[in-house]
Write a protein that binds this ligand. Structure first.
Ligand code: PLP
Length: 391
């Protein structure tokens, strides 16, 4: 299996078949497991073998298939699935930190990720936020006692690309563990582990499901990190992924590569077609030559990703007119879906941020985030163009 290419792993890695030899992965929708004897129950609590399970909060065969498939794709020794992407981010950090530890994180983070860092602060973990694109700031923030580094490899919604390899070198020099939230890079374009990341976290809710059905998350890392650091925390705090959701995610993985490449193709076409449009202030897409980190994005991901961010001239009123005039593109706050989705971050996902922080992160009133789906590219462009006319 180690020789398989990603597209083969997405379909076959981690599969477990019951005695019935089912084609599609089975959903083991069960809270727990029955033992043949009291002695067997005792033995299983002392040591749980690879094909043995105890309780849904600890593990489940369907969930295990999803975890093993994700570890195979990401190139890590092991993985642990969680109830949502935020449960994954929270566990990846909280499981390894204690009062007095120091964390360095990129400041351009998803609002809920910032909330997790604030919570760690309440429990005595010191957090330093830096401009993720400035390696000098990463270097200056690192010190003996820096335990973890946290970043989104491509930031939401302004699509800044962080130099994962360089940040890992800087972090590893002080012995810190690098945790990368890799949602925008997607497992298809991810090379995070190759670039030096120790732990890779995904919200499976996004591209992995890809059809907006379920919440889910996953943490990929070394066997020691997953089994010794993370598993005890997750087992006892209860953010387990439902077996049904794991099954949906397994089905999602089967078509992930096809979807994400089609989405990235639509994203590039839309970004190119909208560049220089009279109604737009700017078009941000790492796949465009004019993007500040275009070369880095290409080296790190091989593509620009599935999200394009644009700034409409005329502020919030014009942005709202644009959103309201769209017919195919849906107004929502998910991303990575087969459907094209548009979001106005300043009034939704990033509403909670104080005004000065919005300015710092470039979240202006005219900014909109477009997550490209897999519809016909020509239809999407026509919809966007007619809505821009209305704006
Ligand atoms: C959506 C998202 C999350 C949270 O995932 P949920 O599944 O919604 O909990 C975390 N990080 C990033 C970058 C995201 O886009």
């Amino acid at each position: 299996m180690d020789d398989w290419k990603t597209r083969t792993k997405l379909i076959h890695a981690g599969a477990r078949r019951s005695q019935y030899g089912e084609m599609s992965e089975a959903i083991f929708l069960t809270q727990g497991f029955v033992y043949d004897s009291a002695e067997q129950a005792e033995a299983r609590f002392i040591e749980t073998g690879p094909d043995e399970f105890i309780y849904g909060r600890y593990g489940n065969p369907t969930v295990r298939m999803f975890e093993e498939r994700m570890a195979a794709i990401e190139g890590t020794e092991d993985a642990f699935a969680t109830a949502s992407g935020m449960a994954a981010v929270n566990a990846a950090l909280t499981a390894m930190l204690k009062a007095g530890d120091h964390v360095v994180a990129a400041r351009a983070l998803f609002g809920s990720c910032l909330y997790v860092l604030e919570t760690l602060g309440r429990f005595g973990v010191e957090v330093t936020l830096v401009d993720g694109t400035d390696l000098g700031q990463w270097r200056a923030a690192m010190r003996e006692g820096t335990k973890a580094v946290f970043l989104e490899s491509v930031s939401n919604p302004t699509l800044e690309v962080i130099d994962v390899r360089s940040v890992c070198e800087i972090a590893h020099a002080v012995g810190a563990t690098v945790i990368v939230d890799n949602v925008f890079a997607t497992p298809t374009f991810s090379k995070a582990v190759e670039l030096g990341a120790d732990v890779v976290v995904y919200s499976a809710t996004k591209h992995i499901d890809g059809s907006g059905r379920c919440l889910g998350g996953v943490i990929c890392g070394t066997e020691t990190y997953i089994r010794k650091v993370l598993e005890p925390y997750l087992k006892h705090t209860g953010a387990a992924m439902s077996p049904f959701n794991a099954w949906v995610m397994l089905k999602g993985l089967e078509t992930l590569d096809l979807r994400v490449r089609a989405q990235a193709g639509n994203a590039l076409a839309v970004a190119e077609a909208l560049s220089g449009h009279a109604k737009l202030e700017r078009v941000i897409y790492p796949g465009l030559k004019g993007h500040a980190q275009h070369d880095l994005a290409m080296a790190q991901m091989g593509a620009g990703g599935t999200v394009v961010t644009i700034e409409v001239k005329g502020g919030q009123a014009a942005a709202f007119r644009f959103l309201n005039a769209l017919e195919i593109v849906k107004i929502s706050n998910n991303l990575g879906d087969a459907k094209t989705i548009i979001t106005h971050p300043a009034t939704t996902t990033h509403q909670r941020l104080p005004a000065e922080q919005k300015v710092l992160l470039g979240i202006t009133p005219g900014l909109v985030r477009l997550s490209l789906g897999i519809e016909d590219g020509g239809d999407l462009l026509a919809d966007l163009m007619q809505a821009l006319e209305a704006a």
